[in-house]
Design a protein around this ligand. Structure first.
Ligand SMILES: Cc1cc2nc3c(=O)[nH]c(=O)nc-3n(C[C@H](O)[C@H](O)[C@H](O)COP(=O)(O)OP(=O)(O)OC[C@H]3O[C@@H](n4cnc5c(N)ncnc54)[C@H](O)[C@@H]3O)c2cc1C
Length: 386
């Protein structure tokens, strides 16, 4: 990375850290305790333009690459916050940008960039399909100039904080398909017109994530709100996965650095047996190891981000970055908790909150087993196992 790029990233880091400074640990602790949505934080980020980082300048965004955008999310996590409240807008928007019509882009992107419209909800996962997205059962049946949508979604996060939802639904029955990756279509659903046809039931979870189960009954979606060609939706969603992997890996890197810095500070201050616990190799070596693993995961994150921003294939690198970074942050979380001893379990230290939050990344948006299965198949040439 050349010096000017590094300086630009440092400028982003400082600006994001400045916003995060208005939302200290107490804020995130309270939000977590109340299971509330961090509206003020998201409003602050939106107002400063950071959530529009990936939207091209001609549509009112900052026109940054994925690498620069990932720095925003990394810094939020490094400062102790949680970008999961708003990160989806960055990668969902890519489907609209890459595959939407000129009319759709002109209608939505400037309003998303300004914050007038919130595109935070992503309705893909279903209870009966799980990780096997090609098996989703929610149907969208064409009726004249609209589709009638029926089905169920699960884990649809930020539904109540969204004006628009990107929805994947089946437009051709599975059994009629020769190519099982076809037959799904993507829709940009205007939730302001749809509330009566979608019942959302919040799911109580280990982390504060505003996530829901959706029951969709006779939802009418105008055909003009379908993105791209009918039947190509799975392909369009896959197109966004590499960017998503890079952005998530940056959040993990931010988490890992938070854990390591907090633990190193505590290890220097906490005195037991007459000396700071950090004097003991049993305490300091795991921290050094966590640091080394985090920095190596970060190298893969930057390799993937650079390839992506250069328009080059980066599936293996983006998947490896997500895997390595989520494992590094989980490792750092455990070491941070161990370093804090009993105090790690006290909410006022924020370690247990961040510990729960970073655990999610081994499971979602994609499970690490499936990341490894991808690498086994696409890099090592082993049989497809999923
Ligand atoms: C808090 C939270 C928020 C989420 N937000 C969203 C959202 O906004 N939108 C959305 O669409 N989804 C969302 N998800 C869903 C998330 O993407 C899925 O949970 C995830 O993809 C895994 O699917 P699953 O939970 O059904 O697990 P399953 O697919 O049932 O898998 C269960 C386990 O089996 C393993 N497994 C399954 N098949 C294989 C195989 N072939 N080889 C090896 N291991 C295998 C998996 O790796 C996993 O360990 C969210 C999930 C959570 C927990």
């Amino acid at each position: 990375m050349d010096l000017s790029v590094r300086e630009a990233h440092d400028t982003i880091r400082r600006a994001v850290a400045d916003i995060c400074g208005h939302f200290p640990d107490e804020y995130w602790r309270r939000i977590d305790h109340e299971r509330a949505y961090p509206s003020e934080f998201v409003a602050g980020l939106t107002k400063a333009g950071w959530l529009a980082a990936l939207i091209p300048e001609r549509y009112g965004g900052a026109g940054l690459g994925v690498g620069a955008a990932s720095v925003i999310l990394e810094e939020i996590h490094h400062q102790g916050g949680n970008a999961a409240a708003c990160h989806a807008q960055m990668y969902i928007m890519g489907t609209l940008l890459r595959h939407g019509s000129d009319e759709q882009k002109a209608a939505y992107l400037p309003k998303i960039a300004s914050g007038e419209l919130r595109l935070q909800a992503f309705g893909v996962t279903e209870p009966n399909a799980g990780s096997d997205t090609t098996r989703i059962q929610t149907t969208a049946v064409r009726e004249g100039d609209a589709y009638r949508v029926n089905g169920q979604k699960i884990w649809t996060s930020r539904f109540f904080q969204s004006d628009l939802m990107l929805l994947l639904a089946r437009t051709t029955p599975y059994d009629e398909l020769e190519d099982k990756t076809r037959g799904l279509s993507v829709f940009l659903v205007d939730l302001r017109d749809a509330k009566g046809a979608i019942e959302a039931r919040p799911i109580d979870t280990m982390v504060n994530h505003s996530t829901n189960q959706l029951f969709i009954r006779d939802l009418r979606v105008p055909a003009k709100d379908r993105i791209g060609e009918e039947g190509m939706g799975f392909r369009y969603i896959i197109d966004g996965w590499n960017a998503e992997r890079v952005l998530i890996s940056a959040e993990c890197i931010g988490d890992a650095r938070w854990f390591i810095e907090r633990a190193a500070r505590y290890a220097s201050e906490r005195v037991v047996f007459g000396r700071p616990i950090g004097h003991n190799q049993g305490v300091q070596l795991p921290l050094a190891r966590a640091h080394a693993l985090t920095e190596s995961a970060d190298l893969m994150r930057w390799k993937a981000a650079s390839l992506f921003d250069d328009g080059k294939p980066c599936g293996p690198e983006a998947n490896m970055a997500k895997y390595l970074a989520s494992e590094a942050s989980w490792d750092a979380a455990n070491i941070c908790l161990d370093t804090h001893g009993g105090f790690g379990f006290a909410t006022e230290y924020d370690v247990e909150r961040k510990f729960r939050e970073t655990r999610l990344y081994r499971v979602a948006p994609i499970n690490n087993n499936l990341v490894l299965a991808y690498i086994a198949q696409h890099v090592l040439g082993l049989p497809k196992s999923y």
